[in-house]
Design a binder for this molecule. Sequence first.
Ligand code: PEP
Ligand code: MG
Length: 889
Amino acid sequence: QKFVYDFTEGNKDLKDLLGGKGANLAEMTNLGLPVPPGFTITTEACKVYLDSGDAPKELRDEVSAHLDALEAKMGKKLGQADNPLLVSVRSGAKFSMPGMMDTVLNIGLSDASVTGLAQQVGGDERFAWDSYRRLIQMFGKTVLGVDGELFEDALEEAKTAKKVKVDTDLEAADLKKLVKKFKKIVSDEAGRDFPQDPREQMDLAINAVFDSWNTDRAKLYRRQERIPGDLGTAVNVCSMVFGNLGPDSGTGVAFTRDPASGHQGVYGDYLQNAQGEDVVAGIRNTVPLADLESIDKASYDQLMQIMETLETHYKDLCDIEFTIERGQLWMLQTRVGKRTAGAAFRIATQLVDQGLIDEAEALQRVNGAQLAQLMFPRFDDSAKTRLLGRGIAASPGAAVGKAVFDSYTAVKWSRSGEKVILIRRETNPDDLDGMIAAEGILTSRGGKTSHAAVVARGMGKTCVCGAEEIEVDTKRRRLTVGDTVVEEGDVVSIDGSSGKVYLGEVPVVPSPVVEYFEGRMHAGADDADELVEAVHRIMAYADRRRRLRVRANADNAEDALRARRFGAQGIGLCRTEHMFLGERREMVEKLILADTDNEREEALKGLLPLQKQDFIELFEAMDGLPVTVRLLDPPLHEFLPDITELSVRVALAESRKDANENDLRLLQAVHRLHEQNPMLGLRGVRLGLVIPGLFTMQVRAIAEAAAERREAKGDPRAEIMIPLVGTVQELEIVREEAEAVIAEVQAATGTDLKLALGTMIELPRAAITAGQIAEAAEFFSFGTNDLTQTVWGFSRDDVEASFFTAYLEKGIFGVSPFETIDKDGVGSLVRSAVEAGRKTRPDLKLGVCGEHGGDPESVHFFHEVGLDYVSCSPFRIPVARLEAGRAAA
Ligand code: PEP
Ligand code: MG
């Protein structure tokens, strides 16, 4: 096994092994772009290190061999006193984790080689000592675990002593003193001296990068982003180039397109006379990349050329980190860049138009989570607002909340239900908790590539950064703009699409994408924006390709009509219990309390016309498309008063001696129906079997409604679905009764109603005996909510609030199985039930109507196991359509 790859040996497809950064450095090297030579230590080496606590024993020799080759290529040796080779040691995992892991620059500098470095750069002592102090600082902090503040404080002291404001005003002699102080800090704090042996520096730095895979903040980030915890990081050892060698040097970041809008152009930030970390950390304010043209035209032209090469090569938006060392341009990193949801859609269609990708590939460039994000509301333009300031639109959305100025308060307040906006001068990885807790993030410094911007975009969180007029005072917990002061707790609104920051709460309006789906904005119309055009096209690509149909979970005509506008191809689940709420609850109460057949029939007779009218409206709204109506499912106590409340009421009444007859009867019934575990009690098909006339009333209502729609020249396509079936016998009994009622209605109305009868598969026994159940069912609809509940033994209404956080933290699962289908457990039952069901009945129709029907990852699974449709809530229909298309592309 090979643990080290030279940049000339890898390529962009080796991300698993070389990490994203390493693979792309190799790719650029092979494209002939100016990449400083170096090599990559594989993620495999990291895994060995993390598993065993030690680097693989072959690693040292392999590194030596690659270092020899690098030294030969560069004509200098690592840390050599008179002509040192310096390297950077950087992390680089398969998935980018911005700022989460460690980097050490200037490895190879020591008391001996610092003067050699000065000579290399033409006698610039100041530069050499500054580089050395940066090394000790970074190495001390990240490798030896010294508190970074100690170095910062010492640096501040040096500046105060000298009465200067910026680092660059410190001279060689000052920096030399500072190096001495830094070395003392290391000795005092780390219990060892700063290592003077360059190879020891390098080896320790490599191990530190391995270790940084498992810092708390890295783990938290991975959980957020659903990045597996066992991938490990690669380590890139790269010869140093310097952006801080004077005004003809500098460093920058660039995008081949605007990551917020997708537009082509010159996007990025440049910082003269600085090292790369200065830009990414957002510590100093940068100039727009376009200004580089006047600063260094040759480098600018070369960079533009390279950007074009990269975009054509990767066929996608790339982001780039580069450094200019005395007029020589060097590429330090590229990758396919993160982008906002809107930009993802626009870029995908633009690349199709440019002929770089095809429609199927375009579908892979977007996803359902992004589409969902685009369906969020945004600020009302016409509202009266008080503009506080304006920053860079770093991550879109409209966020309103109380101002907080530190991560701790953000977390604390959001836990108690407050919406907060986290406001910082700039953010760093320590702010991650607060960023997760906040509705949005506002910073006063840093550009589109600052930590706040990159992380917020990754999380899909609203962010405005670099709002420079705003003075953030974290110590006093307030911000000021001119005379205006915003204290902690005051409400602010931030618009991540325009970069505007408002005082107070700004009302929000629906997104144009929703307006489009609702049919209130049309693609191709004058007022349709580019985003709507792009979404329209991508949805068409998806619809053309998908094999899964998409239906809605809807119980009334209004939802059904919306679902239809959103592209639903029918209703996959009408939960009839939702029709028994409000004033009708009393009628159900009568049914439950009925002591005699007469009373019961009376109650059912009262419900029948109401049910029928509901169905007529529903069938009309979904005319021509299937509507699956599920017969009553929930345990009956849900229709009765709460047991404790009623007990108290009756007890009080009894003590006053005016207890009323009905309350007493009711209380008896409530006691009779009270169950320890109602989700496993008298519900679903069991209700139909023990309450005479209940299911047949519902079937009659469906059949008569269908007949009436036929009469009105409609095209009703009702399907009757029986819930919570565990054995085919249950289904057979209900089926026989239902068929009798349907036959009666058909005879009476003289119509052939063609009503399909099927069942939900939501109990393990049903899934296991699906082959038998299919004998009596024309369709299956997987109720993955109950199936997850019963397969795992997780009470669906309780566990998420109770112990799921602990489970997620322990990595037992990365996401709740109620959100994304558990493929190995629940999913495997679905898969085998599909096979068994189809074996019995080849034309069995198969769908899913649990919450998973609208979850992107689960949709791919249902496509793969061969369901005919997914059914989900109306607002998730576009997401399901898109994901079904992506699954098939
Ligand atoms: C299910 O169990 O997945 C389902 C769709 O039914 P309900 O959520 O109504 O129990
Ligand atoms: Mg269910």
